[in-house]
Design a protein around this ligand. Structure first.
Ligand code: FAD
Ligand code: SAM
Length: 647
């Protein structure tokens, strides 16, 4: 059952119809599907149906919504003046029926009342190893006759079958956190703050006898760690494997009448449980309880700094952005920047990080589509990806992609210059660096923007309780008396040509070919140096590269503009993103955070890294797994435990 994607793979769904004479579920034809057809979606892998079409809605409502007394609790929440969120954790997202019913109850009881600004938010976390594809979801909602705005938004924004936590905004006060992992992995990987609790648990794996993996002891320990004195639990099963250990984890159990012909079901209320704190790891600083930030300084107004200023400002934090030059004056100042996820045969940690980064960027671009000049790139074989690799990636990644993105990970033959080339279309986003940075900070009050202000010493920032170092390749040398992780400066140059091609979608070979404002942008070069000035030899290199590969005949006279910059490359290609340590500055305590080392992937990392730091600072769940957090931790280069004295 395990594949490259940590075991996550699309569910196989068949349809079944109940034969009342034989008292059995028998195979049914997909073509019989009509609204209210009495067909049940069935999982051949678990030999179980997801719900009984006759009373699926009533059963879910009885077991999970009523089992957790949600209507009364939502009403009580709505009646309170102060906004408080309600967090639910479900094992087994399946069809999303429980979620849609809960969201609907929320809409009726909480969302429809009072001032939208003051409304608490519903956060629904659900773990699923075998996501059902969009087409099947649509069919299922038809059969159940529960199509709504929420189901449409869910289908439209349903994430690809890739491991990790995927946030789907269903309404302004309803967020679905889809955790695509096997349950045991999810319990280890979710990076929830120490004091973060859920208000209700829905245990909805297939029956323990058929699927013991969904009823592991680790789940009970996780529930005890993340429950509060009002937390409840409900499930359809009263199996001893669950019922017996629950009290040992602080849950007081109560059997209630089951649904329909089922005699009993189980509910429980959390009382209390002393648990030892988990051992610290590199992920711990991201989930530690901290004092709320008062005033934050971000040093560097490139992609890294602007995305952070944007996110913190959006979250209501007072953030000030400093740059020694203008806005987006460093490596981010490129006419065309491409973000593309990185493929690998085993979807390794680097691929996972870039796919997450790409998704977070996409979430922003979906809200502001005018910023993107392309959503696709044609990948050709190059020094890194041979044709053999590309063929493998096509197979591996297209299997995890839904019909909605039919174009992704498909081959196409392109005519480029003299050559005809086979390309793999992969998801990408192309932006202009200046436009993107300006857009990110458009709502930041002018007094919080400190341009032409070089930070040379921490005493300049004694007003702040939080300082974020985001000044690219110059970061490591920022503070004379502090050892920050080193990066290698890697200078490079893009070249704009007064030319256009018939083929408009960007191409990635050993560099990019993209259009911006009806000109062609090619490059970039790579050189181990911190030279920030324009170098004609680099543009000639860019031209020769495309001429040789595609048979173009561009020359120096076609050059319209040249764009040099210096990348900051870390020793392991992962960025340095997170908490670094505490210092005392003029008697006051300051927390230092790092956000640099983006190498050649600044666009891909910008939004994700901004969220990782902002949520860690504010004590909210991290969007990344503990494994990935430990890979981007700025403390990975030092011995754990000596971090607070690193400065
Ligand atoms: C030629 C080229 C092409 C590239 N193409 C792509 C691409 O297609 N896709 C992609 O994702 N990435 C690409 N990159 C990489 C990308 O540009 C970087 O990863 C990204 O810009 C890094 O952003 P940053 O904010 O960390 O650094 P920068 O954009 O370099 O910003 C750092 C800022 O800090 C300021 N600063 C420095 N020191 C101080 C100080 N002491 N006080 C105050 N301010 C200070 C600087 O003025 C600068 O504005 C490319 C890079 C180059 C050079
Ligand atoms: C009964 S269904 C859940 C129904 C769902 N709550 C709904 O509202 O439709 C159980 C789900 O658990 C998922 N599942 C089974 N084993 C799993 C595991 N080890 N880790 C994560 N999910 C698993 C199945 O793919 C299935 O979607």
């Amino acid at each position: 059952m395990h594949n490259a994607f940590l075991g996550v793979k699309p569910a196989v769904i068949e349809w079944r119809q109940f034969d009342s004479e034989k008292h059995q579920w028998l195979s049914a034809d997909e073509n019989q599907l009509t609204p209210n057809a009495q067909l049940a979606p069935y999982s051949p892998a678990f030999d179980d149906i997801y719900f009984n079409p006759q009373d699926g809605i009533a059963e879910s409502t009885h077991v999970f919504l009523e089992g957790n007394d949600l209507e009364q609790r939502f009403q009580a929440l709505a009646a309170q003046g102060s906004p408080k969120s309600f967090n639910i954790f479900e094992t087994g997202f399946g069809t999303g029926l429980n979620f849609l019913l809960t969201a609907d109850l929320w809409r009726k009881t909480v969302a429809s009342r009072g001032n939208a600004e003051q409304e608490p938010g519903l956060h629904y976390w659900s773990v699923e190893q075998f996501p059902i594809n969009q087409k099947n979801l649509r069919q299922i909602y038809q059969v159940l006759d529960i199509e709504s705005d929420y189901s449409a938004t869910l289908i439209d924004n349903y994430p690809e079958a890739l491991p990790g936590v995927h946030q789907v905004k269903i309404a302004h006060n309803i967020t679905l956190h889809l955790v695509f992992y096997p349950l045991d992995k999810a319990l280890k990987e979710l990076a929830l703050p120490e004091n973060f609790t859920f208000d209700a648990w829905y245990l909805d794996g297939f029956a323990p006898s058929k699927n013991p993996d969904m009823w592991v002891k680790g789940l009970l320990h996780f529930m005890a760690l993340h429950s509060n004195s009002s937390t409840t639990l409900s499930t359809f099963t009263v199996a001893a494997a669950l019922r017996k250990p629950l009290p040992h984890y602080g849950f007081e159990i109560e059997k209630r009448p089951g649904f329909g012909r089922k005699r009993e079901m189980l509910t429980a209320r959390f009382t209390d449980k002393e648990l030892s704190s988990p051992k610290p790891t590199l992920a711990t600083p991201y989930i530690k309880t901290r004092a709320q930030p008062k005033k934050v300084a971000v040093i560097g107004a490139g992609l890294a700094g602007c995305a952070l200023a944007h996110k913190l400002h959006q979250l209501g934090v007072e953030v000030h952005l400093y740059d020694k030059s203008g806005l987006c004056a460093g490596a981010s100042n490129m006419p065309s920047l491409m973000a593309m996820p990185v493929m690998s045969v085993d979807h390794n940690a680097y691929s996972q990080l870039t796919f997450h980064g790409f998704q977070h960027l996409r979430n922003y671009i979906n809200r502001y589509p005018e910023l993107a000049y392309s959503h696709l790139v044609h990948q050709l074989p190059n020094r890194k990806y041979s044709q053999f690799h590309i063929d493998q990636y096509q197979q591996i990644y297209s299997a995890q992609t839904w019909d909605k993105h039919k174009e992704w990970f498909q081959f196409e033959t392109l005519k480029l210059g003299e050559s005809s080339v086979k390309s793999l279309k992969i998801p990408a986003i192309q932006v202009n660096g200046q436009e993107f940075c300006h857009h990110l900070i458009k709502d930041l009050p002018a007094v919080q923007l400190h341009l032409n202000t070089e930070v040379t010493h921490l005493s300049q920032l004694s007003d702040y309780d939080q300082i974020i170092v985001a000044n690219g390749y110059l970061a490591a040398n920022l503070f004379k008396d502090a050892e920050l992780p080193k990066v290698t400066p890697m200078c490079g140059q893009l070249t704009t040509l007064k030319a256009q091609l018939e083929h408009r979608t960007p191409v990635n070979h050993d560099g990019h070919i993209a259009h911006y404002q009806n000109q062609l942008v090619i490059g970039a070069t790579f050189e181990n140096s911190s030279n920030e000035s324009i170098q004609r030899k680099n543009s000639i290199k860019n031209i020769e590269q495309v001429n040789q590969r595609f048979g173009f005949s561009f020359s120096e006279k076609d050059i319209a503009d040249e764009h040099p910059g210096v990348r900051a490359t870390s020793y392991d290609r992962f960025p340095f993103c997170g908490y670094f340590g505490e210092i005392t500055n003029e008697g006051a305590n300051q927390s230092i955070w790092l956000n640099y080392g983006f190498g050649a992937r600044g666009l891909c990392y910008s939004m994700l890294c901004a969220e990782v730091i902002s949520y860690a600072m504010l004590g909210q769940p991290s969007p990344l797994s503990k494994t990935l957090l430990s890979r981007i931790s700025p403390l990975r280069t030092s011995t754990l435990g000596t971090n607070s004295t690193a400065l």
